[in-house]
Design a protein around this ligand. Structure first.
Ligand code: PA5
Length: 425
């Protein structure tokens, strides 16, 4: 459920009339999205994943790996964050690690601590050419070989039709899942890319997909009928009116990765042509003791998104005979967190800061499927309203080419631009 009541009288804010006028554009955008989905066009095909993803094939591909102690996902950006987001919610017996960055110290220390012979290496790259991912994989592979572990026997690959990673998989006959056509990295959480780790963990993939499907069924031509579109359209309207920052604040630690995933989705999809809304990540209630000061009393250039589950496993607070603390005794940590949530929401509303409440019944397999799909649909709608090319990432590609060129991995003009850069001391 998405509650946009607190944007109506905020600054910047959107009036009910303004939202009703915008709803005409939402209807047009919805038509465009539906056409894109029907034709499985690049990007729009992501919104079909609840129907097209083959969970049996994913389970089948991971079945050869018996109860690993650890799973290391080697991938970056959209090839890692969706998987990390889902795993943080559904979990399992294996310890999971994400080797996305190429920080030598962090990589060395991870490799020293891993039980390599009991580890599954999950290498993910849509393009199959991303330098960070391929470099990390070569390093992990060598560490396994040095430790006498048959790395080929413990590696799962998820990649596109071509590229270096596909070649490696073919060469060594590694089990490989395909990244579906038309699904950009940051929209791939509900595909092979995001579901392989939950499958290795024995999680209920079908419940995740069912949650996503339930959200897909709620898309309609009106922002007043679809929570996902309510969020996308309201965020777009607020951005237009000056909310250039979107502070995304889950009130549960299991959604910290989700906030990170959201930041990627929002920034990489909508940051185009001088437009976009800068995502800021925070965590309730922790960041009430730091960032909230700025959100409430700083410049009115923000939208705050507050996200919480309606139900959670709770933990009681013990009674105490200290009179000053008697208000806590008999209540629970969940009650306190909810009180913090509502206090923050009211405090922002009282200061006229636009804030949107998102609630999900429970943060479980179904709930994370709902949230992932809803935010993807919200993002696609925002992109249509802003008329940007949601599914491309030219600035990201620029950096990738420049880095490869600098290392001698090809003749890229982008690398020349780095070399030509005037260095000021
Ligand atoms: O969303 C995106 O397109 C990016 O974040 C990619 O997922 C990221 O750059 C990794 O790309 P690849 O999967 O090709 O290795």
């Amino acid at each position: 459920q998405v509650d946009i009541g607190n944007v109506l009288s905020a600054t910047p804010g959107v009036s009910r009339d303004g939202l009703e006028r915008l709803d005409d554009d939402v209807a047009v955008a919805h038509e465009r999205i539906e056409t894109g989905r029907a034709d499985a066009e690049h990007g729009y095909a992501s919104l079909n994943l609840p129907e097209t993803v083959d969970t049996d094939a994913i389970r089948q591909a991971v079945s050869r790996f018996d109860d690993p102690e650890a799973i290391v996902t080697v991938g970056i950006g959209g090839s890692a964050l969706g998987s990390a987001t889902i795993d943080a919610v559904v979990g399992g017996d294996a310890e999971t690690y994400y080797l996305d960055n190429v920080d030598p110290e962090a990589t060395t220390s991870l490799l020293e601590s891993l039980p390599l012979s009991e580890t599954v290496v999950n290498v993910v790259s849509r393009s199959g050419t991303t330098a960070e991912t391929l470099a990390n994989f070569l390093v992990v592979r060598e560490a396994m070989a040095d430790a006498g572990v048959d790395w080929a026997d413990r590696t799962l690959v998820t990649t596109g039709e071509s590229g270096n990673l596909r070649e490696l998989a073919d060469q060594h006959d590694l089990p490989a899942l395909d990244v579906p056509d038309g699904v950009p990295g940051r929209f791939s959480a509900l595909s092979t890319v995001g579901l392989a780790v939950p499958a290795l963990q024995g999680a209920d993939l079908d419940a995740i997909v069912a949650g996503a499907r339930a959200e897909a069924d709620r898309l309609s031509g009106s922002l007043f009928e679809s929570p996902a579109y309510a969020y996308g359209a309201t965020s777009y309207a607020l951005t237009q009116r000056g909310a250039s920052v979107n502070a995304f604040v889950p009130y549960t630690e299991s959604l910290e990765y989700f906030a990170e995933w959201f930041a990627q989705l929002w920034a990489e999809s909508l940051g185009k042509d001088g437009l976009g809304q800068t995502p800021a990540r925070a965590l309730g209630a922790t960041d009430q003791h730091s960032q909230l000061q700025l959100y409430r009393a700083g410049p009115h250039d923000k939208q705050v998104t507050l996200l919480r589950p309606r139900e959670r496993d709770d933990h009681g607070i013990p009674e105490t005979d200290l009179e000053g603390l008697s208000y806590l005794g008999g209540s629970s940590l969940g009650d306190l967190l909810d009180a913090e949530f509502e206090a923050t929401e009211a405090s922002l509303a009282a200061a006229g800061v636009p804030n949107v409440r998102i609630e999900v019944d429970r943060v479980d397999a179904q709930g994370i499927g709902e949230l992932l799909y809803a935010m993807e649909a919200a993002c696609v709608l925002y992109g249509e309203l802003a008329n940007v090319s949601t599914f491309t990432q030219p600035a990201v590609e620029w950096g990738k080419k420049a880095a490869r060129g600098l290392l001698g991995g090809g003749d890229f003009a982008e690398a020349d631009a780095v070399a030509d850069k005037t260095r000021l001391v």
